[in-house]
Design a protein around this ligand. Structure first.
Ligand SMILES: Nc1ncnc2c1ncn2[C@@H]1O[C@H](COP(=O)(O)OP(=O)(O)OP(=O)(O)O)[C@@H](O)[C@H]1O
Length: 576
């Protein structure tokens, strides 16, 4: 059974969820939050609490950096157009149903396929399994997500839970060479153009050197030999250069062969300078290389996959766990300094509660219903276990904020989470109502709507906490006392917990002897003429609302005629 929340309580629940979500680094992790919807089952609350108690201490801040690197690894079934599978007639249907590649019963159709696989000895032997027919479908997503695998391995170390990712990475390393070549294939045109340019530069240099040497002493020899008709010596000289150029070309081709793993013959030996590779040669080389690499990748992938396959279920589990770790880390950061409330019967109490959305809030201790002995805060002796409390006091004293804080603590408790308080005791509830003050909503419409919501909250039974912020604002004070008085009597009779903010504390108190009246009090004005309020309500004591202090503040701030008027009002207070 989920804890029922009225719309305004639900809005606070949503704000809490958003706050936790802000800490998540992976979008997929927020599904975990859905498992922690407020529940009214005591055992479920305990179960969740145990879960957090067990898991949160394992979570270290360093995890976040690694979690952020994790991406989902998706193994997709794909139709591979580069291969054909030749099978026996009897296997045809099953092979086709795998939907991985073209299937045939004869070799005739194999033409044009880079890979020919077969269960009947017509090509590379395979069994009819996806991992043998298309191992690349497993291997490529893993290879492309090596960063995720590395992060998983580190996460395994940080949590002490270990990881299969390191082993998978080790195996994948065997594919480094073929993957490197595939990369070269992608940039083949550029690679060859680059080599061509380097080669031409070197040849140009050689020719220049040759012409320089020729312009020195050798020029004279050359002329001499020419005169003597000694042509052979002249050609020998040129031939030497030619030889050197061919050496350079060979060197470059060898280098490329080495890099690509196949024999490369690209450059012409006829046209020595400038060398230029015809585009069709590049294309041929590309095709040859592509075919070679397809086969190599297939074979290596298959070998590696055979060893990795048994690890994949664990890997999947680990990937799922990352989202959980992300969620736990978010919870850990969000609940920094919070504490787990104790399960309590008879009310709700907390010591030094801190409003979630007020920066640097003054901690406040509060209680409705029965309080435990450990609830040892100043004035706690004035609490008599009242289930109905009227909260009165200074304007802007923090009454609304206190109702919000109670809502926050109650919701977090029912989510199974720690709450922003030093200590807390909460009874598992069936329903939580929070009614905000309707600020500008005057008139019969607003009054009627509000009244109907309260009555709905009061009907039925169960364990309910009803928080009401200043209802009298939308009706006349006289009527308000009658209405609120009667409503609170019903709540009291039914055993509901109620905290209601009201300026009519005195009148209500007379009507409702069972209720406690608490007060938030202003202590005065500070040097900037702002109200100093103690946010901590005083138990069992009516808090005077503080128009007087406001008037004083204005009287001291304003000038001239306005000031005179404020001062006159102030005097009226003083004469009381
Ligand atoms: N515990 C707290 N610590 C610090 N600031 C607080 C605390 N509680 C309330 N405030 C701040 O005081 C201001 C007034 O709070 P709030 O609106 O809750 O007062 P209120 O008593 O409901 O006022 P009103 O009389 O207008 O209904 C807000 O700006 C709020 O952020």
């Amino acid at each position: 059974m989920t804890l029922k929340l009225n719309p305004e309580a639900k809005a606070i629940y949503r704000a809490i969820r958003e706050e936790i979500k802000r800490w998540l680094v992976l979008p997929g992790s927020s599904v975990f939050l859905d498992r922690f919807e407020p529940t009214s089952e005591r055992d479920e609350i305990l179960r969740r609490r145990d879960y957090f108690r067990k898991n949160l201490p394992k979570i270290r801040a360093e995890l976040r950096e690694q979690i952020a690197k994790v991406k989902p690894i998706k193994f997709r079934r794909d139709y591979l157009h580069d291969r054909i599978l030749i099978v026996d007639e009897s296997e045809l249907e099953r092979a086709q149903s795998l939907g991985l590649c073209e299937v045939s019963t004869g070799l005739e159709e194999a033409e044009g396929y880079q890979l020919v696989l077969s269960t009947v000895g017509y090509g590379i032997d395979v069994e009819l399994t996806p991992s043998q027919i298309a191992p690349e479908l497993y291997i490529m997503p893993l290879w492309e997500n090596k960063e995720t695998l590395e992060a998983l391995a580190k996460i395994g170390e940080l949590t002490g839970e270990g990881s299969v990712a390191s082993e998978i990475l080790r195996e994948l390393n065997e594919l480094g060479e073929v993957m490197g070549k595939r990369k070269l294939l992608d940039g083949l045109e550029e690679l060859i153009a680059e080599k061509e340019r380097e080669l031409n530069e070197e040849i140009a240099e050689k020719l220049e050197k040759f012409s320089l040497t020729l312009s020195g002493k050798e020029l004279l020899d050359f002329l001499g030999e020419l005169k003597a008709g000694n042509y052979e010596a002249i050609f020998r000289h040129f031939g030497e250069v030619e030889g050197e150029i061919i050496d350079l070309i060979n060197e470059t081709e060898n280098e490329l062969s080495e890099m690509l793993g196949i024999t490369v013959e690209l450059f012409s030996r006829e046209e020595l300078y400038p060398v230029a590779v015809p585009p069709e040669r590049v294309e041929m080389l590309r095709e040859e290389l592509d075919r070679e690499l397809k086969v190599e990748l297939y074979i290596r992938s298959r070998e590696v996959l055979e060893r990795i396959m048994p690890l994949l279920p664990k890997l999947k589990e680990e990937l799922g766990r990352v989202y959980e770790l992300d969620f736990l880390l978010a919870v850990k950061d969000f609940t920094e300094g919070f504490s787990f409330p104790e399960l309590w019967k008879g009310g709700i109490a907390f010591i030094n509660g801190r409003h979630l959305f007020i920066e640097n809030p003054q901690p406040v201790s509060y209680a409705v219903g029965k309080t435990p002995d450990e609830f040892s805060v100043p004035g706690a002796g004035d609490i008599g276990g009242e289930r109905v409390v009227i909260l009165t006091g200074a304007n802007s004293g923090g009454k609304t904020s206190l109702l919000e804080l109670m809502t926050q603590i109650t919701i977090l408790f029912h989510m199974g989470l720690p709450v922003p308080a030093e200590k807390a005791w909460v009874e598992p509830l069936d329903e939580l109502f929070f009614f905000r003050r309707k600020r500008s909503a005057y008139g019969a419409g607003a009054f009627e709507t509000a009244l109907r919501s309260f009555v709905r909250a009061l009907k039925g039974s169960g364990r309910k906490l009803i928080l009401i912020d200043e209802f009298e604002a939308i009706t006349e004070p006289g009527a308000a006392v009658k209405i609120i008085g009667e409503l609170l009597k019903i709540a009291h009779e039914k055993g509901f917990y109620v905290v209601i903010v009201s300026h009519l504390g005195e009148d209500l108190k007379k009507e409702l002897p069972f209720a406690r009246v608490d007060g938030i009090e202003a202590k005065g004005l500070d040097e900037n003429l702002n109200l100093i309020v103690d946010r901590q309500p005083v138990f069992g004591k009516l808090g005077r609302s503080t128009p007087e202090l406001i008037v004083e503040s204005l009287a001291r701030r304003k000038r001239g005629k306005e000031r005179e008027i404020f001062e006159r009002i102030l005097r009226a207070f003083r004469q009381e």
